[in-house]
Design a protein around this ligand. Structure first.
Ligand code: FES
Length: 121
């Protein structure tokens, strides 16, 4: 049985392709990205470099380029592409019937954040 409680965020169509939409999370803003292939990913809206708003970056493939200094962040892991180092926390996200859902625990409504720890950091 699935334990995660999901909350509907918006329709997939509400997120621009290769762009993002910002959702207020339990511990700060969450950037919800949509790729050209209509995959979605959710990361903290804070670049691991100096906190730039990743939601304002351009998505290419499964990476987003930070608008401030151009670091590239892997959307599926939150990890900065080498030689840069660091990681933005991920949040559970899914698409169902054209609607985007985030884990309730990631959102401001929930008392506890359930971030997915960065692998290897
Ligand atoms: S803050 Fe993102 S690259 Fe510097």
């Amino acid at each position: 049985m699935e334990m995660t409680e999901w909350l509907k965020i918006c329709a997939l169509e509400d997120i621009p392709r290769q762009g993002a939409r910002v959702v207020r999370g339990a511990t700060g803003n969450i950037a919800v990205f949509r790729t050209l292939d209509d995959e979605v990913f959710a990361l903290d809206d804070r670049c691991p470099h100096k906190g730039g708003p990743l939601s304002q970056g351009i998505v290419a493939g499964k990476r987003v380029a930070c608008p401030l200094h151009g670091w590239h962040i892997e959307l599926d892991s939150g990890v900065a592409v080498a030689p840069d180092e660091g990681c933005a926390a991920r949040h559970p996200i899914k698409i169902e019937a054209g609607m985007v859902y985030l884990a309730a625990s990631a959102l401001a409504l929930a008392p506890q954040a359930a971030k997915i720890a960065c692998a290897g950091h």
